[in-house]
Design a protein around this ligand. Structure first.
Ligand code: HEC
Length: 281
């Protein structure tokens, strides 16, 4: 099992678990609190413009549903996060924002009930609206951090106009300006290919299979398999190459089925780069 081509199926050893089964449903259920909370906010805006009984009733109807869907989403998110494949830092923010949605919805609902009992109360009315606003802000943040978790940060601006990208990136860092003109095999061919086709799962935000490809030490160490992924100078011992060369429909093919594969030129560049020492410069 030392060479790439002898790597056996690690999956067979995996244990079944209910949370691991339910976790991915987070990605589906999360659309409900998004829809319901947005609807509730719109109903409230309507109630502010037309303060009549029906408007209040509509909000009273939508809020508990919003809260219930938020609860289910948080519970599933908890199971999803257990897989341990996400960037801890981003995940922590996503978790705080997600729980924030739930709590603010819950309190908004309770406060709204109090408000319905005592429609004259200034405190209830504005307290409730403040809570609803807070829930909505948390929702936006949770959505943003969640998007970065699954697609990598910067996924929104991936295809932005070049001028906007330059603006967002800020002034170029010292290191990039100091590079020799032309650049190395790594900076010119290998890294751009990895960045485009691998970092979304093996970059700073997310490490699928606990494998990280944007730092040399982490790359050499490998991921879940616990075996080195790249052995500088030795193509046969470099499983990375094996994974990118597998037929597209193979379970272990990288990037996985459905994602844009490395082009033949890129694979050749990666091979040459490994032969020449797999340096990150
Ligand atoms: C859509 C997500 C995704 C993309 C994109 C992706 N991978 Fe992976 N990669 C995974 C997952 C998931 C695993 C873990 C597979 C497993 O455990 O069965 C993995 C595992 C690996 C491993 C094995 C690590 C180990 O220690 O066994 C290598 C090597 C690898 N990927 C290389 C790449 C390369 C190179 C690219 C880009 C050409 C890439 N991956 C793109 C999801 C992805």
């Amino acid at each position: 099992m030392t060479t790439a081509f002898g790597a056996t199926d690690v999956k067979a050893a995996e244990q079944f678990s209910w949370p691991a089964f339910f976790g991915p449903f987070h990605m589906i259920v999360l659309h409900f609190p998004i829809g319901f909370l947005t609807l509730t906010v719109m109903l409230e805006l309507r109630a502010m413009l037309k303060p009549e009984r029906n408007s209040r009733r509509a909000v009273a109807f939508a809020l508990p549903i919003t809260t219930a869907t938020a609860l289910v989403t948080v519970a599933l998110g908890w199971m999803r996060a257990g897989a341990g494949e996400f960037d801890e830092h981003l995940l922590a923010w996503h978790r705080i924002a997600g729980i924030g949605v739930l709590f603010f919805c819950l309190f908004a609902w309770l406060m709204h009930r109090a408000f319905v009992q005592a429609p004259g109360s200034f405190a209830f009315r504005f307290g409730y609206r403040g809570l609803l606003l807070a829930a909505f802000i948390c929702l936006s943040l949770a959505g943003h951090f969640g998007g970065s978790l699954t697609h990598g940060s910067g996924f929104l601006t991936l295809n932005a106009p070049p001028a906007m990208k330059r603006l967002l990136a800020g002034p170029p860092a010292e290191s990039t300006t100091a590079k020799p003109a032309g650049g190395s095999l790594y900076t010119k061919f290998v890294q751009p290919a990895f960045a485009k086709k691998c970092y979304s799962c093996h970059g700073s935000d997310k490490q699928k299979g606990k494998f990280r490809l944007d730092l040399r030490e982490a790359m050499l160490k490998g991921g879940d398999s616990g075996e080195p992924v790249v052995t500088p100078g030795d193509l046969e011992k470099s499983r990375l190459l094996y994974h990118v060369l597998l037929p597209r429909d193979h379970d272990d093919a990288m990037p996985p089925k459905g994602k844009e594969p490395l082009s033949p030129e890129e694979i050749v560049a990666v091979g040459q780069w490994i032969l020449s020492g797999a340096k990150f410069e």
